[in-house]
Design a protein around this ligand. Structure first.
Ligand SMILES: *Cc1c(COP(=O)(O)O)cnc(C)c1O
Length: 392
């Protein structure tokens, strides 16, 4: 299996068949498992084997299939599935940190990630230093001999800054710090984060892994030692586990993720190029465009620009007009979905941030984040052009 390409792993990795030899993965909707004898129960609580289960909060065959499949896809030794992407971010950080530890984090983060780093960790005595994630000198200056972990989104939400995983990992590893990457925008399809130096990769499975807007989920990926020794004890006792039904949906999502995400990224590249050439918007931000400051890094790190672009309509009024005139693209705050979705970050996902922080992060009043779906690219471009034409 190690030599299989991602598309093959996405379909076959992790399968556990029951005595009925079903084709499609079975959903084990059971919270617990029975033991033949009291001695068996005792033995399993002392040390459960790879395919021995105790309680669904700890693990379950359907959940294990999902964990093994996404771990194989990412090139990680092991994974732990979580109830949401935020349970994964929180679990990765909180399971390994204690009072007095120091963390360096990129400043441009999804609002809930920022809440964990800024509000939750600091409440328990963890010191957090924020840096401009694209500035390697800033990382070098902030990382100290006692830094325990670094955290960043490999592509930031919603301003699409791309962070150099290899370079930041080198700086972190020089002091023995663990590199934790929120890799949602890179997707498992374009990610090679672990080979590039990341120790821990976190996904919100809600996004491209499901890809059809049905369920919340997440996963923490890393070495077997980190997942089994650090993450699992924390997660199984604090309760942020994934449900078996969700794991089954995510398994089915993974089967098509290569095809979906590549098609979505191709369309995103087309739309970004066309809208930039039209020149009707203040700014078009897409890591796959030559005009993007980290375009060369994007090509080297991911080989594609991803499925999300951001455009600046100039003012909030213009952005709202654009959003309200769209007919195919829906207004919502998910991303990675089969349906194209537009979001106004300044008034929704990043509303909580003070104005000066928004300005520093580039979350301008006119910024619209566009998650590109599976619709026909020409229809999407026509929809966007028609809406942009109405801005005035
Ligand atoms: C959506 C998202 C999350 C949170 O995932 P949920 O499944 O909604 O909890 C975390 N990080 C990034 C970058 C995201 O886009």
């Amino acid at each position: 299996m190690k030599t299989w390409k991602k598309r093959t792993k996405a379909v076959h990795a992790g399968i556990r068949r029951s005595q009925y030899n079903e084709v499609s993965e079975a959903i084990y909707l059971t919270q617990g498992f029975v033991y033949d004898t009291a001695e068996d129960a005792e033995a399993r609580f002392i040390q459960a084997g790879e395919d021995e289960f105790i309680y669904a909060r700890y693990g379950n065959p359907t959940i294990a299939m999902f964990e093994d499949r996404i771990a194989a896809l990412e090139g990680a030794e092991a994974g732990f599935a979580t109830a949401s992407g935020m349970a994964a971010v929180n679990g990765a950080l909180t399971s390994m940190l204690r009072a007095g530890d120091h963390v360096v984090s990129a400043r441009a983060l999804f609002g809930s990630c920022l809440y964990i780093l800024e509000e939750v960790l600091t409440r328990y005595g963890v010191e957090v230093t924020f840096v401009d994630g694209t500035d390697l000198a800033a990382w070098e200056q902030a990382i100290r001999p006692d830094t325990k972990a670094v955290f960043f989104e490999s592509i930031s939400n919603p301003t699409l800054e791309v962070i150099d995983i290899t370079a930041v990992s080198k700086l972190a590893h020089a002091v023995g710090a663990t590199v934790i990457v929120d890799n949602v925008f890179a997707t498992p399809v374009f990610s090679d984060a672990i080979a590039q130096g990341a120790d821990v990769v976190v996904y919100s499975a809600t996004k491209h892994i499901d890809g059809q807007g049905r369920a919340l989920g997440g996963v923490i990926l890393g070495t077997r030692e980190f997942i089994r020794g650090t993450v699992e004890p924390y997660m199984k006792h604090t309760g942020g586990s994934m449900s078996p039904f969700t794991a089954w949906m995510m398994l089915k999502g993974l089967e098509t993720i290569e095809l979906r995400v590549r098609a979505q990224a191709d369309t995103a590249q087309k739309l970004a190029s066309a809208l930039e050439a039209d020149g009707a918007l203040t700014n078009v931000i897409y890591p796959g465009l030559a005009s993007h400051p980290q375009n060369a890094l994007t090509q080297a790190q991911m080989g594609a620009g991803g499925t999300v672009l951001s455009v600046d309509a100039g003012t909030q009024e213009a952005a709202f007009k654009l959003l309200n005139k769209l007919e195919i693209v829906t207004i919502s705050n998910n991303l990675g979905d089969a349906k194209s979705i537009a979001t106004h970050p300044a008034t929704t996902t990043h509303q909580r941030l003070p104005d000066d922080t928004k300005a520093m992060l580039g979350i301008t009043p006119g910024l619209v984040r566009l998650s590109v779906g599976l619709e026909d690219p020409d229809d999407l471009l026509a929809d966007l052009r028609a809406a942009i034409g109405q801005i005035g």
